[in-house]
Write a protein that binds this ligand. Sequence first.
Ligand SMILES: N[C@@H](CCC(=O)N[C@@H](CS)C(=O)NCC(=O)O)C(=O)O
Length: 216
Amino acid sequence: MALVFYHGHGSPYSWRVFLALEHLEAPYELKVLSFADKDTTKPEFVAINPRHQVPTIVDEGFALWESTVILEYLDERFGKGARRLYPGDARERARTRRLVREAEEYLYREGTDPIVDEYFWKGDAPPDAGVVEKARQRAAEELRYLEKELRGEFLAGSQPTAADFVLAPLLGYVHRITFRKPEAKLVELVPAGIAAWYERIKALPYFEKTFPPHWR
Ligand SMILES: N[C@@H](CCC(=O)N[C@@H](CS)C(=O)NCC(=O)O)C(=O)O
């Protein structure tokens, strides 16, 4: 029985796993849950994942959630040859884990998350300009930091890894936020090296398949 992947379009966490499954050429069945229909809170899904979040996978009866943990599992289960999410020796794998953690802790948490909160989750209240500006500065700093971590085409060399798949949805968000709220001026913060890297990510043969359909 193929692995079942419960996904929600537009979730940056779920998007990571979508990219990874495709990159690893893992056999899987995609089940798209609708946030609008509150599918994640329906009893049949809560019975699988009591945290009721996507991404969730079920591999031959084994249910797993938390995107970065899923990435590690998928690498051990399906990674082979040049297609590894955490390639290389112990130090190289540790570096990829560090980049994953740093993108999550600093770029997401201190950069894009507060901006999304201010623009999209405050109802009719206007965004707090101070919060937005601080988060913009943090996002810019972290993007410059990650630019220095590029090792050739991708963050660990000639093939994308877990670090690239965690960063890619963030760049998708930077563009999406700027499209919906041009005044956020986020795309202009992206340094040239990361902009070129994102073009390479978008050129991956499976990227388009993973792109949120309602963003097109
Ligand atoms: N730490 C989790 C975060 C997952 C998460 O926040 N998923 C959200 C979508 S972005 C979700 O499924 N929300 C639906 C709900 O809570 O019912 C991970 O890395 O997988």
